[in-house]
Design a protein around this ligand. Structure first.
Ligand SMILES: *[C@@H]1O[C@H](CO)[C@@H](O)[C@H](O)[C@H]1NC(C)=O
Ligand SMILES: *[C@@H]1O[C@H](CO)[C@@H](O)[C@H](O)[C@H]1NC(C)=O
Ligand SMILES: *[C@@H]1O[C@H](CO)[C@@H](O)[C@H](O)[C@H]1NC(C)=O
Ligand SMILES: *[C@@H]1O[C@H](CO)[C@@H](O)[C@H](O)[C@H]1NC(C)=O
Ligand SMILES: *[C@@H]1O[C@H](CO)[C@@H](O)[C@H](O)[C@H]1NC(C)=O
Ligand SMILES: *[C@@H]1O[C@H](CO)[C@@H](O)[C@H](O)[C@H]1NC(C)=O
Length: 340
């Protein structure tokens, strides 16, 4: 063999061995503690097919359902979504100390209570345990996760009342507790949310009592308020005062709310308003015609009276937005307004 070929041979040998060396380092990226914990989680779910990529011989940072931090190589996100997983969330999830995102979603055979060991995960910014079959209460310990920005426990079987302590979460931007079987009233403290623009979804529960007046506070910048399909009573007119707030969607339909709508001033950016199926009286204020973004409006099944304001975007809404009221009249309802 000529010496140049030998050089070339050794060059390639060196090149490939360094490549293999780098590759094997990459294979070791996953933190051994995280890997151990993940394999415990897999085992506690009886090694489901959904977690087939969780092979102990490979780098856990490459497993589906996971994300690792680029620098620390610690597991920061666990997303188990839409598959056949049965059983309870195991306590081992509390042993992934760098976890920022925890998602168990669309797993109808996921049962049991919300795992208390989640309280150890102080770095969590997002929790989504939704479309599962979790039961028990909304735990108080969630209020001790200081970085929580997004909390979604919707579409479960949760019971009991809503903990007021969640209002202490200074970074919370979205709270989704809708579609459970929650009872009791909306905590007064929810008017003091420190989060900047919270989306508040409490719909499709069994909430009773009055909506706290604090939810109408001027400083509270709610984007979306969804309280529909509960058993709320009394006044909600304080949601409709002139303020600089940017509330985009308000749905308070299908409750037992009873108040005079006549003095309402709707937020300028309002995109959708559903107040149907309540006991709301008075008339629809003409200021509604000044709302340039209004895409949806429903005031049906109430006790409203008077002429339906014309102009603005009101022409978009058909009679079903207005029917079944006491004495609303004018387009698009068939009955003319007769003076007197
Ligand atoms: C849930 O469990 C039942 C009974 O064990 C099973 O028949 C069903 O396929 C499971 N569904 C899912 C989505 O895992
Ligand atoms: C959270 O992350 C930081 C680094 O970003 C780390 O020092 C800490 O140990 C992590 N875990 C907890 C529970 O705070
Ligand atoms: C949820 O769990 C209950 C029992 O705890 C069961 O009766 C129900 O069928 C489950 N729902 C789904 C969608 O699996
Ligand atoms: C609401 O308040 C602003 C000033 O903050 C004012 O310009 C506007 O005319 C008010 N709108 C109504 C309908 O009163
Ligand atoms: C308004 O609500 C009523 C009652 O739920 C419904 O029948 C109707 O279709 C709705 N109309 C619109 C435009 O959403
Ligand atoms: C309503 O008034 C218009 C004219 O303004 C008239 O053509 C129409 O027949 C009236 N309809 C009813 C139901 O009285």
């Amino acid at each position: 063999m000529p010496s140049s070929s030998i050089h070339l041979f050794f060059f390639f040998l060196l090149f490939f061995s360094s490549f293999i060396f780098t590759f094997s380092l990459a294979a070791d990226r996953c933190n051994p503690n995280d890997k151990k914990v993940l394999l415990q989680i897999k085992e506690s779910f009886n090694n489901p097919y959904l977690l087939a990529s969780w092979n102990p011989k490979t780098d856990c940072c490459g497993w589906y359902q996971l994300e690792c931090d680029e620098i620390t190589n610690r597991v920061t996100a666990l997303t188990i979504f839409g598959g056949e997983i049965s059983g309870q969330i195991p306590p081992y999830v509390g042993d992934l100390p760098y976890l920022k995102t925890l998602i168990f979603r669309k797993l109808s055979n996921l049962t049991g209570h919300i795992q208390p060991a989640i309280a150890k995960l102080k770095n969590l910014t997002m929790i989504r345990l939704s479309w599962t079959n979790l039961s028990g209460s909304v735990p108080d310990f969630l209020a001790t996760l200081p970085n929580l920005d997004y909390l979604d426990l919707s579409f479960n079987d949760l019971t009991g009342s809503i903990p007021p302590s969640l209002a202490k979460l200074t970074k919370l931007n979205a709270l989704h507790l809708d579609r459970n079987r929650l009872t009791g009233s909306i905590p007064e403290a929810y008017g003091q949310f420190k989060g900047s623009v919270p989306d508040l979804y409490l719909s499709h529960n069994r909430l009773t009592g009055r909506i706290p007046k604090s939810l109408g506070d001027l400083d509270l910048d709610l984007d979306l308020i969804e309280l529909q399909r509960n058993m709320l009573v009394g006044d909600a007119s304080f949601l409709f005062r002139n303020s600089s707030r940017s509330t985009f969607r308000i749905d308070i339909s299908r409750n037992f709310l009873e108040f005079d709508l006549s003095g309402a001033i709707f937020p300028e950016n309002l995109g959708a308003l559903d107040i149907s199926h309540n006991r709301i009286y008075g008339n629809i204020p003409s200021q509604i015609t000044a709302l340039g973004n209004l895409q949806g409006f429903n005031a049906s099944y109430n006790r409203l009276c008077g002429k339906i304001p014309q102009g603005g975007r009101m022409g978009r809404f058909d009679y079903s937005s207005f029917f079944h009221n006491r004495c609303l009249c004018g387009t698009p309802l068939p009955n003319n307004c007769t003076s007197g």
